[in-house]
Design a protein around this ligand. Structure first.
Ligand code: ADP
Ligand code: ZN
Length: 209
């Protein structure tokens, strides 16, 4: 199954894509993770992407499209994949349409106020990639999974979050209609505990218990 996770920043796309990856045994492809890796490794793509990401803007379409096109050719994508954070513009969706047959688009819907609180309280582990919210950490700044230092993503600062939300509304939200017109969209309210949301995601995919 080839699927897309759509939704505003902080909707929980990454969390639920990862849970589904474990359930379905197909890879999660996060363009945000790929770009952050490229920045860390200092590749040309990373150098180009960094200023856009730090400002909460989108990385140019041609850069991410090239990245995804190469990724989808890899062998582990043969049985399907979960796209997380791509496509984010209509141009990306059209480019994707030429290289892939998408089966379903899961739209995680979360109100603005909730997004702002989630992102400003988000902490990530630089070592294992775990993601947490300060409200679950009891004041600790260490990763519950591996014990390393937790950090705040630079683009989770309040000004950048506001910009990411504006960019989402302007450039990514039109994809809701785009995929709804294609008959592929299923919307799930992304509120509640991760387990509750995951149950709704599975039932939207007709895989519920
Ligand atoms: P979130 O969903 O929380 O915003 P991501 O990790 O998906 O976080 O993305 C972080 C940043 O990476 C985005 O704000 C953007 O700058 C860049 N990015 C990720 N995916 C794309 C994409 N498909 N097109 C353009 N920019 C992207
Ligand atoms: Zn960790």
């Amino acid at each position: 199954m080839n699927m897309i996770f759509l939704g505003p920043p902080g909707a929980g796309k990454g969390t639920h894509a990862q849970m589904l990856m474990d359930t379905l045994g197909i890879p999660q492809i996060s363009t945000g993770d790929m770009l952050r890796k490229a920045i860390k490794a200092g590749t040309p793509v990373g150098l180009e992407a960094k200023t856009f990401i730090d400002a909460g803007a989108l990385v140019p379409d041609d850069v991410v499209i090239r990245l995804v096109r190469e990724r989808l050719l890899q062998q582990d994508c043969g049985k399907g994949y979960i796209l997380d954070g791509f496509p984010r513009t209509v141009a990306q969706a059209m480019a994707l349409g030429e290289i892939a047959a998408i089966d379903v688009v899961l739209n995680l819907d979360v109100p603005d106020a909730e997004i702002i609180s989630r992102l400003s309280g988000r902490r990530v582990c630089g070592s294992c990639g775990g993601t947490y919210h300060v409200s679950w950490l009891n004041g600790s700044d260490k990763c519950p999974a591996c014990g390393e230092q937790l950090i705040m993503r630079q683009d989770d600062s309040p000004e950048t979050v506001a910009n990411r939300l504006a960019v989402y509304k302007e450039q990514t939200a039109p994809l809701i209609k785009f995929y709804s017109d294609l008959g592929l969209l299923r919307t799930v309210m992304g509120e509640g505990t991760p387990d509750e949301i995951q149950a709704k995601v599975l039932s939207a995919l007709h895989m519920g218990a």
